[in-house]
Design a protein around this ligand. Sequence first.
Ligand SMILES: Cc1cc2nc3c(=O)[nH]c(=O)nc-3n(C[C@H](O)[C@H](O)[C@H](O)COP(=O)(O)OP(=O)(O)OC[C@H]3O[C@@H](n4cnc5c(N)ncnc54)[C@H](O)[C@@H]3O)c2cc1C
Length: 587
Amino acid sequence: MFVAQAPPGNVFMSAFSIGLRSLFAVVLVAGSSVVAAAQDLPTVVIVGAGLAGLNSAMLLEDQGFDVTVLEARDRIGGRLFTLDQVAGKPEAGGNMIGASYARVIDRSRQLGLQLVPSAQLAGGPAAMEYHVGGEFISPAAWAGSPLNPYPESLKRVPPGSAMMAVLRDNPLKTPADWRSANAAQFDTPIGQKLDALGFDERAKQLAGHANSYGNSLDDTSLLAMYRIMAVYTMARGLPGGSVAVAGGNQRLPEAMAASLAGQVLTGKWVTHISRDDKRVTLETADGETYEADYALITVPLPALRNIVISPALPDAQREAIETLDYAKTLQAFFTVEGEYWGQHTPSVWTDTAAERLFATADADGKVSNITLWTTGNEALAFGALEGATQQQALYQAVYDVFPAAKGKVTLREVRDWSNDKLAGGSWLRWQPGQIGAYADVLAAPAGRLFFAGEHTAIVNTGMEGAMESGERAVGELMGLHQSSTKQSLAGEDLFVYCQGCHSLTVGEPHKLGPNLSGFYGRAIASREGYAYSKALAGTDGSWDRESLQNWLNDPQKMAPGNRMIYANPFDQEQLEILLDYLETAGR
Ligand SMILES: Cc1cc2nc3c(=O)[nH]c(=O)nc-3n(C[C@H](O)[C@H](O)[C@H](O)COP(=O)(O)OP(=O)(O)OC[C@H]3O[C@@H](n4cnc5c(N)ncnc54)[C@H](O)[C@@H]3O)c2cc1C
């Protein structure tokens, strides 16, 4: 497979795609204006070449759309960013692909990428001491340490895990339930829950330190945390641990881009988008103009705020885009030239400004890299510094924990996601009260504009959320296209929502969900070679129209505790069309 390196303004295309594209016209008009038009195919411009944009592009091409992707950076991947120039190739963006990431895993396999266990801490996953109040404390000694401020029932919980540990009473049955009306009562500050559990000020301070989901316990939503916990809980029942793409996670979006027939143009910073009843027009900072039938926008909200959209989006949606904030993250990547940890572990969770030092080893088991990973206000404080002053502060943060690191570690790279105008942080963080106010309006289509991106995911989070969001947006776009061209919606098109987890092709391996060829009419949970959840394995009956309808409407109602990670995206009419299709295609 051909994957180009990306100088600014480069075009990513596979060798195959160049031949195919030449059948169609990319028309240059009036000076620098470009019309992304192909002969008879409906055209879509996608903004953003991260996972959401590229998954959307692949799905749309499968459905016969002519796709062009505009990416502001000079590289593909967005918040997947492998530091190829640093020894050990640390990940500066998304690093762990969870066992429940059906779409990410499926795309990787489809594109011939190898998945390997994700980077482990040097010495194994348990090899991380705590550094609290200036003292090193081993995990075994933590429960009895006088520096452990947690309430008696939580003394065994690591200092950095208290916020997750209080979520064991999770009322969400599935990750999709966070948007339900019943869940709204939990959209309160997580700090209130800690108060109720008897956390004193010091315990709260420690629990809220290195918080990846808020700047303080008061601005972290309990409901948002329950949602994250529900995703973890779902994944826990699945075989296999977290993985990464061999050679770096960024290889996945690069391979996705290279697989497209359409162009992926880097160095194209979209500044204006306008639409009327027939077309969408996008302008980029370099003065070019792109027209298409539809646009699908996948940029993070802080970047979306800077795109002028006309006519303006509805007030509530605009308010959501203006208001919602991203988790702050700044990482510093060091290489290790000598032993600095003495009798302690090379990785550490610390209540100092460094927050977390993750040490990884090279192939020979030698500690080779440290990632200093700060969040919230610590990330903002480091981010406010510049150049040599910032570097000095980051070195000092390491020395404050490991004085012996002087002269033994070298700072190679600083990645400040918070001050990156094309990201604005690491991921959307819902603050108390915001889910009820904004979750439903955030990604609403506006005429010929559609929205995707991790921040719009309904069920999953992170990379898988980004992939999932592309499916939803493509489904919406196809719905509009079909109704405006008076075509009827085909069941095959609706299977877009299912194909990340299921194949219908005879002989293809199971994905995260079982292969569905020949399933219709068979006993439920009877496919050979697939490890069903106990809940589904214990469900009587066979797959017929009624059982399938019940299942697709609400799998948790039909088989409580099953592991299908899903929220029904279909209205009744669509469901009937999909059922018709499965009745035939699934025999
Ligand atoms: C430090 C860090 C660690 C993470 N760890 C994990 C993890 O372990 N597991 C996990 O699942 N997830 C993790 N994530 C999250 C995961 O990486 C993201 O959720 C996912 O990559 C987001 O994909 P996306 O397509 O929605 O957005 P992005 O990848 O941000 O893609 C959007 C693209 O739009 C481009 N863009 C923005 N504005 C414009 C514009 N005006 N014009 C043109 N292009 C524009 C951006 O440059 C970007 O390429 C992590 C993220 C970070 C930052």
